[in-house]
Design a protein around this ligand. Structure first.
Ligand code: G3I
Ligand code: 9MR
Ligand code: ZN
Length: 545
């Protein structure tokens, strides 16, 4: 069905700003109607936007004044009607539950029972002892989460995912409490919440990737990507790839961060994490930067990097926040002569900024101010882009890269940082618009989260989904990628496809339609912060500690 009215298919919290996009070359009068056709709101969309990223003309309507809980659609005389949506205080709980359950369903080395995984049930996979590349050593590296549509397990994106899920727990414990423990894990691990239990599953694996000298191996995978088979059908040898400074730094950072979260419910585990973190950090000192490259025999994911100062920056800040040793503060403040930003796996500086700004130990007030103003400046640029876009999305036409929906999510988190630092509501509104874009208010008219909304992505590049012919629910698709970076995209999308429409809901298109644990974690953190903010519970950053 050709769409011309675009809304968040998962709905709106009552207090949220509610904007709707009309693909139209002339102003639009519109109504919001209840599911039984009663008109409850009348509006006019006046502001015209020539949308370069989408290659179209758009008008934006606003029906924020409508706050009554219920089921609605937007209609307009000369356009098709919108997808249905809900207004209500709990609209994002089911979305959260599905998006978080993705991590459990991505478990490696774990028998997923039908009672908890339905059709995605499988026997424990990749449990064989692995060989450490270039050595004769064998190592148990079972466990952790499959990275994405493939079955590789990688420390760098794994650390990003764990950090974002821990932040989501901190920002919105109420929403996180909506996630029920899978049947067979209920009651395990003492007083750990189901969310923390799940996060621990990845950390337990990551601890196995630390070498005796403290350095951290980059990943564990088979040598090559397998076909679209279930995980327990992949029986090739598992190889542990060489150590890297980015894996070692990210490991040091995220185990320090996690030690804070496990201190209360599992103090011995927190101590184990602290010991591993301190050892990795010390080992990092003797590791010059060397961008990780796959050895020639290995062709699975790379997660290489062009530098590692931002990872070291994050590690120093996180160890200082967790343990308070002056040396970590000195290291951070030396690195912070340049402020680093980024919530994505290749640029991790923003995690360091958050850790330093919220450290319980003494920090430098002038540096805190420098960091805070740099964060607000970054968010201001993101805000300007979002406010100028016909769909409110924070991407310029040239920024629709592989994993663009992760960038949209992380931009929303930058906007929320600025909201917390300044109290300026436009930052919060724009952050909400990033969520609305991902859940339906986008030029594709799709809910990019599988199994959610009335018109979700249905054919993700995800081996279990592809093998079973049905999309596992709760997975965020990578999103439009203007460079047509896979053979399917090159074969199907026209060369001049507008970047915001360079998306294919086809399982072959891994550069637009794969899924990944660190895309889901970015989405979950955005969702948690937005839901928490409108619920009034998002804590402010105090930079005058
Ligand atoms: O940032 C540059 C930009 O400046 C430039 O204009 C643009 C066009 O060349 O490229 C941008 O970088 C891209 C980068 O993603 C952006 O994050 C690279 O081209 C692109 O190759 C890179 O793709 C990565 C992809 O692996 C291929 O290496 C994705 O980020 C990354 O998410 C993806 O990760 C894969 C794992 O390897 C395997 N598991 C699945 C996972 C998700 O697809
Ligand atoms: O499935 C793989 C996906 O996880 C990766 O992101 C992508 C890029 O590295 O590669 C996919 O695997 C394809 C391989 O690169 C080429 N042969 C077809 C594979 C399945 O699409
Ligand atoms: Zn596995």
């Amino acid at each position: 069905m050709y769409k011309s009215i675009f809304v968040d298919q998962c709905g709106y919290l009552p207090e949220m700003t509610k904007r709707v996009t009309f693909r139209s070359d002339r102003p639009v009068t519109f109504h919001v109607v209840t599911s039984d056709g009663r008109i409850v709101y009348h509006g006019v969309a006046q502001n015209r936007v020539e949308n370069e990223a989408a290659g179209e003309t758009d008008y934006t309507g606003d029906f924020s004044a409508l706050t009554a809980p219920g089921l609605y659609r937007v209609i307009s005389d000369h356009l098709s009607e919108s997808d249905p949506f809900e207004i209500g205080g709990q609209v994002y709980r089911d979305v959260f539950r599905k998006a978080f359950a993705f991590f459990y369903l991505q478990r490696c080395g774990w028998e997923l029972p039908e009672s908890a995984a339905g059709a995605f049930a499988h026997r424990a996979c990749h449990t064989a002892v692995a060989s450490v590349y270039g050595t004769g050593e064998l190592l148990d590296v079972s466990g952790g989460w499959h990275d994405a549509g493939d079955y590789g397990r990688y420390v760098v994106p794994g650390a990003m995912a764990v950090a974002q899920l821990l932040y989501a727990l901190e920002e919105n414990p109420s929403l996180c409490s909506a996630y029920p423990a899978p049947a067979e894990t209920a009651g395990e691990k003492g007083s750990l919440s189901p969310c923390l239990q799940e996060i621990k599953y990845e950390l337990d694996w990551m601890l196995k990737l630390q070498r005796k000298d403290g350095q951290v191996y980059h990943k564990a995978s088979c040598r090559h990507f397998c076909g679209f088979i279930m995980p327990d059908a992949e029986r090739e040898d598992i190889v542990v790839s060489p150590v890297s400074s980015t894996a070692t730094a990210d490991f040091a950072a995220v185990t320090a961060m996690a030690a804070r979260f496990f201190q209360k419910g599992a103090p011995e585990y927190a101590a184990r994490l602290e010991q591993a973190s301190r050892q990795a950090y010390e080992a990092l000192r003797s590791m010059p930067f060397e961008s990780y490259r796959n050895p020639p025999e290995i062709t699975t994911g790379g997660y290489g990097d062009s530098h590692d100062e931002d990872e070291r920056y994050w590690a120093a800040a996180e160890l200082y926040k967790a343990f308070g040793d002056p040396v970590y503060r000195e290291d951070f403040e030396t690195l912070a002569q340049q402020i680093y930003h980024g919530y994505g796996w290749g640029m991790m500086g923003s995690y360091g900024n958050r850790a330093y700004l919220t450290s319980p130990y003494p920090t430098d007030p002038s540096l805190r101010e420098r960091i805070a103003s740099s964060m607000v400046s970054l968010a201001q640029e993101i805000l300007q882009t979002a406010e100028a876009d016909g769909y409110g999305v924070s991407l310029l036409p040239g920024r629709y890269h592989w994993g663009s929906n992760m960038s949209v999510s992380n931009n929303g988190i930058h906007l929320l940082d600025a909201y917390r630092l300044t109290g300026r509501r436009e930052f919060l509104t724009a952050a909400g618009d990033q969520l609305h874009y991902l859940l339906g208010r986008n030029p594709m008219g799709l809910c990019y989260l599988t199994g959610c909304g009335s018109d979700p992505v249905k054919h993700p590049h995800h081996r279990p989904s592809g093998f079973l012919g049905k999309a596992m629910p709760g997975m965020l698709a990578g999103g439009p990628c203007g460079h047509r970076a896979d053979p399917t995209a090159k074969g199907v999308l026209p060369e001049n496809v507008p970047p915001a429409k360079a998306f294919l809901d086809m399982s072959g298109s891994y550069s637009t339609n794969e899924v990944a644990i660190y895309w889901n974690s970015a989405f979950i953190l955005l969702l948690s912060c937005v839901d928490g903010s409108f619920g009034g519970s998002l804590p402010a950053y105090s930079t005058n500690r």
